[in-house]
Design a protein around this ligand. Sequence first.
Ligand code: PMP
Length: 360
Amino acid sequence: MSSLADLPIRDDLRGLTPYGAPELKVAVQLNVNENTHPIPEDVARSIIEALARELLSVNRYPDREFLALRDSLARYLGGGLTRDNVWAANGSNEILQQILQAFGGPGRSVLGFPPTYSMHPIIAAGTGTEWIAGVRDTEYEISPATAVDWIERTSPDLVFFCSPNNPTGTALSLETIAAAYNATPGIVVVDEAYAEFGHSEQPTALSLLEGRERLIVTRTMSKAFAFAGARLGYLAADPAISDALRLVRLPYHLSSLTQAAAVAALAHAPEMLAMVDDIKKQRDRIEVTLRELGYHPYPSASNFVLFGGVPDAHRLFEQLLERDIIIRDLGIEGHLRVSAGTEAETTAFLRAMSELTEAR
Ligand code: PMP
């Protein structure tokens, strides 16, 4: 048996580590920012009916342009967007990969601002795009001046923002995105995987799309829609962006079953999103309780909370695991991240935190 090191792998992939959230089966799983609520049963039934109908023609390739799905996604986003503004793939990870395949690649670079979604630099590496790590302001914010400064200093081909940012929960101001856009001739991507969990007063980058043909807003059905297993991510942008992605996508990349399931789920959007308010409540509860316990939770516009002030993050992670609760150790010293679960899961986590903190 040979090892990875023995293979004639690309030099730029040598020594890299793959995406690595542990896949442990524990009772309370709050480690990968999933929506821990199952989808409503009547919606599941309507998805099954759609899948059953679709199966009868599964001998044929799917609609390569997934028109019905793009119509449904545009309707869901609103704001005058049409199918021409929308593109979809198997998770927003694949969307980001297609963007880097089309606009990045060898000799090109993408600027991001760690700590941020760990797949951004990994997808950059996979597509041979140089990853430039910008530095955030205090409390993980990015001011317009900071964004512009990094763009002017590094001249990236793409800029990746994440708002609300994973793993910090920080919402990015529209001023920062607009200033970054004006400072670069390149592509600006705003990864809004968690947009639906934002505070109501926070407008999304969708409102900036008009007149900005190099701006891309990526979204996913994995989080608020509780559809992570179905793998459906999408973007909103100028129609020319989809034309660019058509050059790199694999033919028929979205299976007819995926398309049918997503269309059926989107037809029940209000029901699918009914849990979002409860998840936000649990997130706020986590913030308040962790602060009372003496930790430093960062304000979150998402379905997770990053908290600092942990004397030994890895030990606390292990102690929670012993209690059948898994959260995320991202390797940020003194910090851990927890996803907001159901009320019962959140209570289990907060109770364990309270006991472990007292016993310290
Ligand atoms: N963007 C961010 C910020 C994420 O946190 C995630 C998943 N954790 C994704 C994109 C990818 O999600 P998916 O591929 O399931 O759409």
